[in-house]
Ligand binder design. Structure first.
Ligand SMILES: Cc1cc2nc3c(=O)[nH]c(=O)nc-3n(C[C@H](O)[C@H](O)[C@H](O)COP(=O)(O)O)c2cc1C
Length: 361
C-alpha cells in the first residue's frame, strides 16, 4: 500500500503525513490529537513554550489520543548584539510601536534561559513518542538521552549537507525543508541564501545521499503534493500551512483568513520579525522594515524586540503588523477540520494512483 512507507512504519502511523510543529499557539492539543486520531502524526510546536505550558499541552494531547504524536523544539542559539546594535534596532522599531499606540522603547533582551533542557526533561518524563528539532542539531548528550528512552528523533535540513550532519548525529528521520516552506528556515550549516532549494530538487538529492527516511516539507497541500513527494524519494510529508487553516488550529483568525485568501506572489521571505529568515504573507511591517533588514540583530534577539508589536497587532486585529507565516501554496488552503483534511488527502492519493493504489513506494 502507498501509505505503508518505511517512515510511516517507523513512526507507527497509518498515513505518512506529519502536521508540522508550529510554534506560537497554532498547534492546539485539539489539532495535534485530531491529526493523530485520523492516522497522521500530530506535533506540538513547543519552540516558544515554557515548562508549564508544554507540560499542560502534552497532558492534554495524551488525554485526547492514544496514538503517537510529537513535540517540535528549537535548538537554542545564543547570538550577541552590542548595545549600539540594540539601540539602532529599537530606533527602527519605535515608529511601528507608536503606530500601534505603544511607548517608544529601548529593549535589551536578557540572555536566553535554559528552557530547552526543561523541554527535553518533559519529553522524557511523558514518554512523548517523537521529538523533532529545527534551527540546528541538539547536543550529542541530548540525542543519546532521548534515544535511550526509545524516543524517535527527527531533524530538519535545507541542504544535503545538513541532512548528512543530521544522519551522522543519530537522527532517525530528516525533514527536507524546501524553499517553498512557510515559517522559519531551518538552515544551520551555511548561509540561508545558498540553502533556498526548491523541494523538487532537494528531495531526490537528499534521498540519494542519506539512508534515513526523508520527510518532504514545503508547499504540500493536497494528494498531488504527497504523491509527488513519495515518487521523488520521500518517505513522508510534513505540512504546515495546510493545517494552519483547519478548524482546530489556534492560529489568529486574521492569519487564517490571510492564508485562505492569499496568492503565491504575496508570500515572501523576511527576517524583520525575528532576526531569522521566515516565509509569510507580505504586510506593512515587512515592507516598512525591508530596507533595514541587514541592520537588525539575529534570532532570537530581534524576536524579543518585536514581541510586544506582534501581540498588540493581534489584540488590535491589525494584520499589518502580525507575523503571518505561510508556504508558497496558499491558494490550495482550505477551511475544514483536521480529520477531514487527512481523510481527503488519503482519498486524493488513492484516486491519483487509480488501479495502482496497492503500489509500494
Ligand atoms: C505558521 C507556521 C509556523 C511554523 N513553525 C515551525 C516550528 O515551530 N518548528 C518547525 O520545525 N517548523 C515550523 N514551521 C515550518 C514547517 O515545519 C514546514 O517546514 C512548513 O510548514 C512546510 O511548508 P508549508 O507551510 O507550505 O506546508 C512553521 C510553518 C508555519 C506555516
Amino acid at each position: 500500500m502507498w501509505n505503508q512507507t518505511k517512515a510511516a512504519r517507523r513512526l507507527s502511523v497509518q498515513y505518512p503525513v506529519i502536521q508540522a510543529g508550529m510554534a506560537g499557539g497554532v498547534t492546539t492539543p485539539e489539532l495535534v490529537s485530531a491529526v493523530s486520531n485520523a492516522g497522521g502524526l500530530g506535533m506540538i510546536g513547543a519552540g516558544y513554550m515554557g515548562k508549564n505550558e508544554l507540560e499542560t499541552a502534552i497532558r492534554a494531547v495524551q488525554a485526547q489520543t492514544e496514538k503517537p504524536f510529537g513535540v517540535n523544539l528549537f535548538v537554542p542559539e545564543t547570538p550577541q548584539a552590542t548595545d549600539a546594535e540594540l539601540e539602532k534596532a529599537n530606533e527602527l522599531l519605535n515608529p511601528v510601536r507608536e503606530k500601534l499606540g505603544l511607548k517608544k522603547k529601548n529593549i535589551k533582551p536578557a540572555a536566553s534561559d535554559p528552557v530547552f533542557y526543561e523541554q527535553i526533561a518533559l519529553i522524557e518524563r511523558y514518554k512523548v513518542p517523537v521529538c523533532s528539532f529545527t534551527f540546528g542539531i541538539p547536543p550529542q548528550s541530548v540525542i543519546e538521552q532521548l534515544k535511550s528512552r526509545g524516543i524517535l528523533l527527527i531533524g530538519t535540513a535545507t541542504t544535503v549537507k545538513e541532512a548528512l550532519l543530521n544522519e551522522e548525529a543519530g537522527m532517525d528521520l530528516v525533514v527536507a525543508q524546501g524553499s517553498e516552506a512557510g515559517g522559519h528556515r531551518g538552515s544551520f550549516a551555511g548561509d540561508f541564501e545558498h540553502a533556498m532549494i526548491g523541494l523538487m530538487a532537494l528531495v531526490p538529492q537528499m534521498a540519494d545521499a542519506v539512508q534515513i527516511p526523508v520527510i518532504a516539507a514545503g508547499g504540500i497541500m493536497d494528494g498531488r503534493g504527497i504523491l509527488a513527494s513519495l515518487v521523488l524519494g520521500a518517505g513522508a510529508v510534513q505540512m504546515g500551512s495546510a493545517f494552519l487553516t483547519t478548524v482546530e488550529s489556534g492560529a489568529n483568525r486574521l492569519h487564517k483568513q490571510a492564508v485562505l485568501s492569499a496568492a503565491e506572489d504575496q508570500v515572501v521571505v523576511t527576517s524583520s520579525f525575528s532576526g531569522k529568515p521566515a516565509r509569510g504573507i507580505e504586510n506593512d511591517f515587512i515592507i516598512e522594515m525591508r530596507k533595514h533588514e541587514q541592520a537588525l540583530p539575529a534570532y532570537p534577539i530581534q524576536n524579543k524586540l518585536t514581541q510586544e508589536i506582534r501581540k498588540a497587532a493581534g489584540q488590535q486585529e491589525n494584520p499589518g503588523y502580525l507575523a503571518m507565516w505561510s508556504g508558497q501554496n496558499p491558494r490550495l488552503s482550505r477551511d475544514l477540520s483536521a480529520g477531514e483534511l487527512i481523510r481527503e488527502l488519503a482519498g486524493q492519493v488513492e484516486q491519483l494512483m487509480g488501479s495502482h493504489s496497492d503500489m509500494v513506494l
